[in-house]
Design a protein around this ligand. Structure first.
Ligand code: ADP
Ligand code: NI
Length: 209
């Protein structure tokens, strides 16, 4: 492991909410794949992809402290002030929550690449495993009785329900139209279709009542 990977492993190695070290590594791979056709500064892309969840308020109570620690670490690793601010801009702005408040692309190519790379992880087969893992970790049911009836009869699911299936309607199915890079959009199309196929299969397997 290099020093960056080691830092992330120490922070997220025991995460069970879909933000593990392996998630960070896959975001890095996705980001490098997108960057191979989109360009961007690879050193910023790699660092931002790896550390993107190490200051997430869902995971850390004191994000101010985590943010300072991360910046100190990056400085020690030899990143310039400018690079550190580019990395911090990305990780402070890549979440879905930020886009709901301020829709649209980020200000940098590196930001759009890392954001698309992270979003790919929320859809497709991996996205389903992460949603199930997150829901289970929070003690949520996958679905409730009413949702099960609605699925089997083709009725809508309330996206604000407190279940994992509701999260598909609240966020996951919406993601496809919010990708920015060409490669990200292409990969998102297939992964998003897989979510739809999964929900259709669920409908077929659910007994009608
Ligand atoms: P990301 O790391 O992609 O920014 P989040 O931090 O929002 O994603 O969440 C981590 C994973 O858990 C994602 O795959 C996301 O879809 C899933 N998740 C987040 N909120 C919920 C929820 N309420 N129910 C089920 N899964 C969720
Ligand atoms: Ni992430």
């Amino acid at each position: 492991m290099n020093n960056l990977e080691n830092y992330v492993y120490k922070k997220l190695g025991d995460d069970h909410t879909g933000h593990s070290y392996l998630h960070a590594k896959r975001v890095e791979s996705n980001a490098l794949l997108i960057a191979s056709s989109e360009g961007g500064d690879l050193s910023i892309i790699k660092a931002a992809a790896l550390v993107h969840d190490t200051i997430d308020p869902k995971l850390f109570a004191d994000t101010e402290k985590e943010s300072k620690e991360l910046q100190g670490f990056l400085k020690n690793e030899g990143y310039s002030e400018k690079d550190i601010s580019s990395i911090m801009y990305i990780i402070n702005n890549l979440s879905w929550h930020v886009e709901v408040l301020t829709p649209g692309p980020l200000d940098t190519i590196e930001g759009n690449i890392v954001r698309d790379a992270d979003r790919l992880e929320a859809i497709g087969a991996i996205g389903i495993t992460r949603a199930v893992e997150y829901g289970a970790n929070k003690g949520r049911d996958f679905w409730n009785e009413e949702e099960m009836k609605n699925i089997s009869s083709g009725k809508d699911i309330n996206p604000k329900d407190d279940t994992t299936i509701a999260h598909f309607y609240d966020k996951l199915l919406k993601l496809q139209s919010h990708f920015v890079t060409k490669t990200g959009k292409e990969l998102a199309k297939k992964r998003s279709q897989f979510l739809i196929d999964f929900l259709n299969e669920l409908k077929e397997e659910t007994p009608s009542q």
